[in-house]
Each structure stands twice: as C-alpha cells, then as structure tokens.
Design a protein around this ligand. Structure first.
Ligand code: MLT
Length: 332
C-alpha cells in the first residue's frame, strides 16, 4: 500500500516537473498558433520554422500546433511569459491586455494601409513596442504576420451604415479598444475568446465578428456567415512572440538565428498578403458570401470611432504623444 502511494507521489511529481520545466533547452521548440492551418499565422509560422532550421544547420526545429491546440491566444501569452511555452503567433489585440502600449497599433483607423502597418512595425515604434512587451508581458516579438484589415461578417443582413449595425450581436476579442469602438458605433459587443468564436457563430449565440479575409477563409467562417462589410478600422497585425525566458536561455548564435528567421518570415508574410488577399476575397464570394462597402466612404464609422475612442486610451498607450509619434511616422 505504502509502495503504491510512493509510486503515485513520484509519478505526480514527474508529471508536474514535465509541465513546469522550461522548454528552453529543447532542440525542438513548440509554437502555438491561434488560427487554423492555412491562414497568415500559419504562413508566418512555417516560414519561420524553415528559416530557423536552415540557419541552425538543422540543429533546431519548431513544431507548429494550429487551431488553439496549446491554449487560447491570450492564455499562450501567460504560458510563454512563465517559460512553459516557447513560441506563439496571435493577433496583436490579444497581446494588448498584457502590454497596453501596443494598443497604439489597434486604435481605430491609425493604420490605413499595409504599407502603414509595415512602417510602424519595422521602424522605431515597433522596436519600442517590442521592448515594452518584454518588460510588461515577458515575451519578445520576433516577427509579424501582416493579415489585412479586419472586415465585419454576419449571418443576418447586409450592413452599410451604423443604423444597419444596430440589433446585431457582434463578438469581439477581450480587448478594451475594440469593445469601446463598437460602443462608439452604437452597439454593445460580446467579448469572447477566439477559441469559442466559431461555435458561437455556428450556434447563433452571436450574429457576427470581425477578422481579415484570409482569417475568415482559414477558419471557414463562410460556412456560418453570409455578409461581409469592408470596414477598415483595424489592420490585423499578428506577432510571433517567444518567451523571454526561453530566448535568454539560448546561446548567442541561436538567438541570432531566431531574430533573423523572424525578419525573413515577416518579409514573406507581407508578400503573401499582397499576393493572396484578393484571391481569397474572390473565393469567399464564389462560396456565396455577399460583400458590401460601408456607405459614404466609411465617414460616420471613422468619425465616431476616432473622436470617441482615441482620447479614452491616451493613458494606456503611454500618453497622447505616443499616438502623435505613430501618426507622424506615417506622415500624418
Ligand atoms: C481574434 O479575433 O481574437 C483574433 O484576431 C483571432 C486571430 O488571431 O486570428
């Protein structure tokens, strides 16, 4: 009896150790991917894994786990921060709750094109945000997926005006800026984790959500959503993060390989977006989705969001001057 108890105790201890042991020394790293395979996150992850393995002469490799298999996007930040997970690719809006200054990238209508997105992430501001994220969340951004504008989808009706939006139950990530934006547009959105979103749309717990075209296709949202509105309030940036504990545990040559592979994968991601988005949009239309543009060049959407939402978040992004600096770097 005593023997059995001891065996059980040591088995439990071994299991706890396996869970708690930093993955830092492994030659094979684990990468969590929030989306299904086939989208921009997958493209960034596979491109990174290939470049990283090449740069380390095959000594290191990365296994990818799509579809939230290693946890919901926000949970992967916590796990990486504690050194229990090596890499994760997730939407920037799911990093903001842990490092509020990156919110400058999700303030509505700050990023107005793919070029803007690239300038902000690859320039001085991107560097500062990477440092802040290490400090606040214990994770380091080593690459970026450029995923395109988050368009609004829903199962009920074409939406062009803010009046059309009324009455729709829209899922948003658990992100204060996005919640405040929908409130400025006159609706109370439903904050929900990414992992629960497909089922909630399928079971009609919510009517709609927003995400980029390529994500809508990768997640097969066309099976549960009919209408798309081409709003352009947030350009979806999806960082590749590495646990700072794991990064610091690597030898300098491996750290260098990680940073270089991240840069190469980001460049690949940008090219992939420009080459793919239009094709995916046509495929979604062929599968029966109906696409509308917001009325009057999106004027009322832009006005309500920028005048109401921006001032609410000056403090959390580190001051109004941070937004001014971002706009200035974009020539505005
Ligand atoms: C979200 O809506 O929570 C994210 O944008 C999902 C994603 O990572 O694609």
């Amino acid at each position: 009896m005593k023997f059995r108890k001891n065996v059980l105790v040591s088995m439990f201890a071994a299991a706890s150790l396996a869970l708690a042991a930093p993955a830092a020394l492994a030659n094979t790293f684990k990468m969590a991917i929030g989306d299904a395979a086939g989208g921009t996150q997958w493209e960034l992850g596979t491109s990174f894994a290939k470049a990283f393995s090449e740069k380390t002469g095959g000594k290191h490799k990365v296994d990818l786990f799509p579809n939230g298999q290693l946890g919901d996007e926000q949970d992967t930040v916590n796990n990486a921060s504690m050194g229990l997970l090596d890499f994760s690719i997730l939407a920037i809006n799911n990093v903001t709750p842990f490092s509020p200054t990156v919110g400058v990238l999700t303030l509505p209508y700050v990023i107005q094109s793919a070029e803007d997105a690239k300038k902000l992430t690859q320039g001085e501001i991107g560097k500062q945000l990477t440092e802040n994220t290490i400090r606040d969340a214990g994770v380091r951004i080593v690459g970026w997926a450029y995923s395109g504008f988050r368009v609004l989808t829903n199962s009920k009706k074409p939406v062009k005006t803010l009046d059309d939006l009324k009455g729709l139950v829209v899922r948003v990530p658990k992100n204060e800026i996005m919640i405040a934006t929908y409130q400025a547009w006159g609706v109370n959105p439903t904050p929900m984790s990414w992992a629960e979103t497909f089922t909630a749309l399928q079971q009609r717990v919510v009517d709609g959500q927003d995400n980029p075209y390529i994500t809508v296709a990768a997640m097969k949202f066309n099976e549960v959503q009919k209408y798309i509105t081409n709003i352009r309030y947030i350009f979806s940036l999806e960082p590749l993060i590495i646990s700072e504990q794991v990064f610091q545990a690597q030898k300098p040559d491996v750290q260098k390989a990680i940073l270089e592979a991240g840069q190469a994968a980001s460049e690949h991601s940008y090219k992939y977006l420009l080459e793919t988005e239009e094709k995916i949009r046509a495929e979604l239309t062929a599968k029966g989705m109906e696409i509308s543009d917001p009325a009057n060049g999106e004027k009322e959407w832009i006005e309500k969001a920028t005048t109401t939402v921006w001032p609410k978040f000056y403090k959390s992004i580190g001051g109004k001057d941070k937004l001014d600096a971002a706009l200035k770097s974009l020539g505005r």
